[in-house]
Design a protein around this ligand. Sequence first.
Ligand SMILES: Cc1cc2nc3c(=O)[nH]c(=O)nc-3n(C[C@H](O)[C@H](O)[C@H](O)COP(=O)(O)OP(=O)(O)OC[C@H]3O[C@@H](n4cnc5c(N)ncnc54)[C@H](O)[C@@H]3O)c2cc1C
Ligand SMILES: NC(=O)c1ccc[n+]([C@@H]2O[C@H](COP(=O)([O-])OP(=O)(O)OC[C@H]3O[C@@H](n4cnc5c(N)ncnc54)[C@H](OP(=O)(O)O)[C@@H]3O)[C@@H](O)[C@H]2O)c1
Length: 273
Amino acid sequence: MSANIQKVTVLSKTTWTPNLFSFTVTRPDSFKFTAGQFVRLGVNPSKLNYHQQQSSEGADEVPNEDIFRAYSIVSSPFDEVLEFFSIVIEDGAFTSELQHLQVGDELLLNTMPFGFLTLARYQKPLPKDLWLLATGTGLAPFLSMLQDLQTWQDYEHIVLAYSARSEEELAYVELINRLQSDFGELVDNPAKLIFVPIVTREPVAGALSERLPKLLVDGSLQAKAGIELDIDNAHVMLCGNPDMVEDTKETLKSLGMVMNRRGEGNIAVENYW
Ligand SMILES: Cc1cc2nc3c(=O)[nH]c(=O)nc-3n(C[C@H](O)[C@H](O)[C@H](O)COP(=O)(O)OP(=O)(O)OC[C@H]3O[C@@H](n4cnc5c(N)ncnc54)[C@H](O)[C@@H]3O)c2cc1C
Ligand SMILES: NC(=O)c1ccc[n+]([C@@H]2O[C@H](COP(=O)([O-])OP(=O)(O)OC[C@H]3O[C@@H](n4cnc5c(N)ncnc54)[C@H](OP(=O)(O)O)[C@@H]3O)[C@@H](O)[C@H]2O)c1
């Protein structure tokens, strides 16, 4: 096993829908990361308690191999445990196994953190506003940033727009509301975090219903957030579905924004597949 790979133990699991769940694992003492980064997580199907229970009941053998995938960290760099938010893809080599996780299972963690979807990539002076635009599990890195006080101190407004197909797939709404009040109180501005839920495949009261690029072009996202979005005043981060990232990036460019390179420019992105 490579020197960077450590065993971690599953501490809890939350099931949001049949296709979405979150879990926490132990955090190795030496493991450090910056909010927004991702790691490589590994699972060996044959070692999952679920399969061991099945095989004692005579079920077929399962692969005895380590399968790794990239996962953004949900928890803050200051938390004692590591949290992750996962999709379940029916035929996906990794998540069709990961869905069976139970408390006490062992996973592998490559302790080399990766990724540049971090606020440190932006050079100072910072603009007033930070826009965090996510689809599905692409919410994860933004939750980590929102649990870091520095994010709250650096921007005047933080807009979190989070798009899911259905209302039940809008996970973590309670945590978002809690961060809004707890960190809002810490920075003496309860209105600093502006949460804009978007549900695209069913009508939901209080949520927008169109895709992000359309909401930006017709101004409904800005209207719902109650602030303007312009080149001089905003950093914009995009994470999740690569089609959303591409379409939204092009839309932002048509509004005058530019990709962030070497610290300068508005837009930073991360594709999940
Ligand atoms: C930088 C980075 C960070 C990532 N962070 C996360 C994360 O925090 N949570 C997470 O669930 N996944 C994340 N992913 C995706 C993850 O690495 C795997 O692709 C995912 O776990 C599915 O693995 P799989 O083997 O089951 O299916 P794969 O064979 O990897 O994927 C099969 C197909 O499933 C779809 N798909 C894959 N991942 C997702 C997803 N997250 N949401 C919706 N559809 C998807 C795509 O159509 C993909 O082609 C991240 C990917 C990258 C590159
Ligand atoms: N969600 C489910 O019920 C479900 C069930 C079984 C399997 N899966 C699998 O899960 C994967 C999808 O994951 P997901 O649920 O996170 O769905 P997703 O397709 O990434 O959708 C999440 C959100 O992103 C939006 N979106 C998609 N493309 C966009 C674009 N180009 N621009 C702007 N917004 C865009 C969606 O809007 P739209 O609604 O307009 O697309 C939706 O609001 C697929 O592989 C699928 O097979 C999902």
